[in-house]
Design a binder for this molecule. Structure first.
Ligand SMILES: [Zn+2]
Ligand SMILES: [Zn+2]
Length: 241
C-alpha cells in the first residue's frame, strides 16, 4: 500500500539512539509498515480499509441490509438493550485482537481502543463501563485481561467511570471457543457474580473484545439485571458474523 498520504514522519531525532524512546516504535503502521498517521499506529489508507461494521441489528450487532432489529431478536429479545460492534471480525482486526490477547501487544490494543472510542462517542453514553472479566485462573496464566485492556482506555477517553470489579467469574469456564452454542449456555450458567458491596448505576455498558454467539455477554447481563441494573448495553470491538 502506498505510503505517500502521510508527510508527518518526523525527521532527525535529537540525542542518542542507543536507548530509543518507546514511541519511536509506534511510527510505523502496524498493518503495512508504512509511516503511520500522527498520533496513531496505523497509516491513513489502512485505517480507512479496516473492516468497519456497516448496518447491523441494534440488539445483537449482526449485519443487516439496514439498521434495525433482526428476526431472531424480535422473536426472543436478548437481555442486552443494545449491542454495538466497531468491526466485523475480519482482516486485520482478526490479527490485531489476538496480538493483544495472546502476545501482550498493547499497541494493537491502543489502535483498537482509539477506533472504539471514536465510534462509541456518538452513542448514548452509560453511567459506567464494566469489562467482561476473565476467570482468575486464566488471568494468572496470561497476566492481563484483554477486555479490561480495551475498557480502561475507552472509559477514560469517553469520561465514563470504569467499574473494574463489579463483575467476577464464579468458577472456571472451559474455553468457549471450543464449544457449540448449547454447551456455551450450560458452561456460562452461573459463571458470573456481582460484587454486592457496591451499588450499581441504572445504565451500564459491558465491554468485550469479540462477540461470537453473545452467550458470554448475555450471561453477564442477566446477573446485572438480577442485581437491579435497569439497562445493560454491550460494546464489542469485533462481531463474528
Ligand atoms: Zn498501513
Ligand atoms: Zn439481532
Amino acid at each position: 500500500m502506498a505510503g505517500t498520504v502521510n508527510q508527518s514522519f518526523p525527521g532527525k531525532v535529537d540525542g542518542c539512539l542507543a536507548a530509543p524512546a518507546p514511541w519511536l516504535f509506534a511510527l510505523r503502521c502496524m498493518v503495512c509498515g508504512e509511516p503511520a498517521a500522527r498520533g496513531r499506529d496505523l497509516c491513513i489508507p489502512c485505517h480507512i480499509a479496516l473492516p468497519w461494521q456497516g448496518p447491523a441489528c441494534r440488539r445483537c450487532a449482526l449485519p443487516l441490509p439496514q439498521p434495525g432489529e433482526c428476526g431472531h431478536c424480535l422473536q426472543s429479545p436478548p437481555p442486552l438493550g443494545e449491542v454495538h460492534a466497531v468491526f466485523d471480525y475480519a482482516f486485520p482486526v482478526d490479527r490485531l485482537l489476538p496480538r493483544l490477547k495472546f502476545h501482550r501487544d498493547f499497541a494493537a490494543g491502543r489502535v483498537l481502543t482509539q477506533c472504539m472510542a471514536d465510534r462509541m462517542a456518538a452513542l448514548p453514553l452509560p453511567d459506567a463501563v464494566i469489562p467482561i472479566p476473565l476467570h482468575r485462573a486464566r488471568l494468572r496464566g496470561r497476566g492481563y485481561d484483554q477486555a479490561l485492556e480495551l475498557a480502561r482506555p475507552l472509559a477514560r477517553a469517553l469520561g465514563i467511570p470504569l467499574l473494574e470489579h463489579a463483575l467476577a467469574r464464579r468458577k472456571t469456564t472451559r474455553a468457549q471457543s471450543r464449544l457449540d452454542a448449547n454447551a456455551r449456555q450450560r458452561n456460562l450458567r452461573d459463571a458470573f457474580h456481582v460484587d454486592a458491596k457496591r451499588p450499581l448505576p441504572a445504565h451500564v455498558v459491558l465491554v468485550d473484545d469479540v462477540m461470537t454467539t453473545g452467550a458470554t455477554l448475555h450471561a453477564a447481563a442477566r446477573v446485572l439485571h438480577q442485581a437491579g441494573v435497569q439497562r445493560i448495553d454491550g460494546w464489542v470491538c469485533a462481531r463474528v458474523a
